[in-house]
Design a protein around this ligand. Structure first.
Ligand SMILES: NC(=O)c1ccc[n+]([C@@H]2O[C@H](COP(=O)([O-])OP(=O)(O)OC[C@H]3O[C@@H](n4cnc5c(N)ncnc54)[C@H](OP(=O)(O)O)[C@@H]3O)[C@@H](O)[C@H]2O)c1
Length: 482
């Protein structure tokens, strides 16, 4: 691949990637090593108890992934040399002081050498405990900033969502009184109460999950994840001073579009969990407004936007007063509706049914789409609650046998209801993510010869039908179904 000037700027630079074993981090690391092998060093920080275990994670969870096969083919026998010369694996944790890096020499080296710190460490679980989510997504972001200084998130909104940074105290529904210190106090007090009551770990976990959703909803965010991410952005804005910070906000990230090859994806995340549930014949209905725009963006486009943002801002003294936000999504320029995704999914798996562990093709067909929450509640009542009444009576009579059955059904419904609670705001979402800043980032790349081939992130180039039928869905089958 011809190296574009834009990427040449990364020559001899050193970058820390915090959260290096994550989905986006891997795509980012692979891209950097492939397009700029003359970087000085990549410090890959991941959670591990010591260097040996960190190295093991690096080998088994990062470079052994299929994602790295193109780089391995391109490097041939020099792959290991490239890794040895360019990569330092660092055991660490962004919730700790100095990111949990205990090796003082390494710390000094990183502070001295590093040009750019990329934080992709997060808990991306929508239903995470509030204390855990706040410590990683909010306080962790602050610790990464403090570390970087030492060496030198969306919700229930309608209309056009601008690329504006959150300020401390901002809420999505106008409710006043959001104060991050107070949120920490609320968590600490609750944990103290549980300790005094000798509550079980299971009860504490559930209560902490519920507290997160309750606090998020109070201030207008749909779940703990996006709420704590937004508070992380607020803290960064508050502590920024004259330090250059760029935030890339991707929407829902899907499999790679082109590089290193089309269709690489991992993990049962967001839409992939629906894809897998449907293909395995476990989804009996779909919920959501068919006209909702589902904002998707392939992982390699997000990574290209990250690289473009880095090279655009790394050599600038920070004249910008505010944090620069780049929203990387498709809803503004190439929207895809929820109903199109349903249609592609049904057509794909009706033609290419998933083959289960016993070698049988799982037949799927059209399933009902519940277009409003009212229809959903009616459906649930008919399907589960009415039959349960009968079961309750039987349960009393045949407690031993039906007790377990009844309990399992309740758990199944509770789980489904919880998922609906978490996903409802997205299934009926009415927002469009503005990407004017991101468009400005694309402009010079379009104008530079060869650069757009290397750092493509224009969603207008995606033909969604082709992407779903020939790239994303086969990718999910290959890499997620396992
Ligand atoms: N994927 C999406 O659809 C999407 C959409 C919008 C925004 N984003 C954002 O993009 C970023 C990357 O997302 P992703 O999808 O790549 O997430 P991911 O696959 O869940 O990866 C997150 C990584 O962060 C690491 N991590 C968590 N807590 C940590 C800590 N305390 N210290 C160090 N590392 C820690 C995790 O480590 P372990 O491996 O040890 O668990 C994991 O490897 C996140 O900021 C996320 O909010 C993602």
């Amino acid at each position: 691949m011809e190296m574009a000037d834009v990427v040449r700027q990364l020559e001899n630079s050193s970058i820390i990637v915090a959260g290096a074993a994550g989905f986006l981090a891997k795509i980012f690391v692979e891209k950097l090593l492939r397009v700029q092998p003359n970087m000085k060093r990549l410090y890959l920080l991941l959670r591990a108890e010591d260097k040996k275990l960190a190295a093991q994670r690096f080998n088994s969870e990062i470079i052994s992934k299929n994602l790295f096969r193109v780089l391995k083919e391109e490097c041939g026998p020099n792959f290991n040399t490239l890794i040895a010369q360019k990569v330092t694996v660092v055991p660490g944790d962004i919730t700790c002081v100095n990111l949990g890096v205990e090796d003082l020499d390494l710390l000094e080296e990183m502070w001295k050498e590093v040009d750019v710190v990329v934080n992709v460490a997060a808990t991306t679980n929508f239903d995470e405990r509030y204390d855990v989510s706040l410590s990683i997504n909010t306080m962790g972001a602050m610790r990464v900033l403090n570390f970087a200084k030492r060496s030198y998130v969306s919700g229930e909104r309608k209309g056009l969502i601008l690329e504006n940074p959150y300020r401390v105290g901002d809420t999505l529904n106008g409710t006043s009184g959001l104060d991050i210190e107070n949120e920490k106090r609320i968590i600490d007090e609750k944990l103290k109460e549980f300790k005094a009551e000798n509550a079980t770990e299971k009860d504490v976990k559930l209560a902490m999950k519920n507290l997160g959703i309750q606090r998020a909803r109070k201030f207008g965010w749909p779940n703990t994840y996006v709420f704590t991410k937004a508070m992380g952005e607020m803290l960064l804005g508050n502590l920024k001073a004259n330090f250059p910070i760029v935030i890339v906000r991707p929407t829902i990230v899907t499999s790679t579009y082109k590089e290193p090859f089309p269709g690489w994806v991992e993990g049962l995340r967001t839409i992939n969990s629906f894809v897998v549930g449907y293909a395995q014949g476990k989804l009996s209905f779909l919920l959501g407004d068919p006209n909702t725009i589902t904002d998707l963006i392939p992982g390699d486009m997000v990574v290209n936007a990250m690289v473009a943002a880095i090279v655009t801002h790394m050599n600038k003294s920070n004249e910008e007063e505010e944090i620069i936000i780049y929203q990387v999504g498709s809803s503004a320029s190439n929207p895809i509706s929820y109903s199109s995704i349903q249609d592609f999914g049904q057509r794909y798996f009706m033609k290419h049914p998933w083959i289960d562990g016993e070698g049988k093709a799982v037949k799927v067909g059209k399933i009902p789409v519940l277009k409003t929450m009212e229809i959903f509640h009616g459906y649930m009542a008919l399907r589960y609650l009415l039959p349960l009444k009968g079961l309750e009576i039987l349960n009393a009579a045949f407690c031993q046998y039906f007790g377990g059955l009844y309990h399992n059904l309740c758990r199944k419904i509770n789980y489904a209801m919880r998922m609906i609670e978490l996903y409802e705001p997205y299934l009926f979402f009415k927002g469009i993510y503005d990407d004017m800043n991101t468009e400005r980032l694309r402009q010079p790349i379009r104008e530079e010869k060869g650069a757009e081939n290397m750092l493509y992130f224009d969603p207008k180039s995606i033909n969604w039908e082709d992407y779903f039928m020939n790239i994303h869905l086969p990718g999910v089958v290959k890499y997620v179904f396992g």
